[in-house]
Design a protein. Structure first.
Length: 144
């Protein structure tokens, strides 16, 4: 099962380091996949949850261990053109990623292609017993 660090968090939510590029690289180097929030404004690419915050190069996004949550239409359209693993959602129960996986809201039905978002550590630990593709959580270190 793939463990996906939500915005680079490994031991719980940490708004100070979420989506920070250097932190994301460190978490990738620990062997985790990482979900990040991506914006495109004009020709510039950014990471950030509520707003474009950290300027990055598009090459950063081409890492196959990143799961890029498009935060605006321009980011989604451009990431699809580049073949980047990406998705868009805003509270949908399910959405399909560009690679054909099923990004799933917490506590919804699951299948073998499910990437289950688990905001609570207890839910993430329960999901380890399921036959799913991945878990996206702020608590991936506890899931090892």
């Amino acid at each position: 099962m793939i463990l996906i660090s939500h915005r680079g968090n490994t031991h719980g939510p940490n708004p100070k380091t979420e989506n920070y590029p250097v932190h994301i690289i460190n978490v990738l180097n620990q062997g985790y996949d990482v979900e990040i929030d991506v914006w495109k404004v004009g020709e510039e690419w950014y990471l950030g949850h509520d707003e474009p915050r950290y300027l990055i190069d598009v090459k950063f996004l081409q890492n196959p261990h990143l799961w890029c949550h498009a935060k605006n239409l321009q980011a989604l359209e451009s990431m699809l053109e580049y073949g980047i693993n990406c998705f868009w959602h805003q509270g949908d129960d399910f959405t399909i990623t560009s690679k054909g996986d099923i990004w799933t809201y917490p506590r919804k039905e699951s299948c073998k292609k499910t990437v289950m978002v688990c905001k609570e550590k207890e839910l993430a630990l329960k999901m380890l017993k399921k036959d799913i593709k991945a878990i996206c959580s702020d608590f991936v270190e506890a899931l090892k």
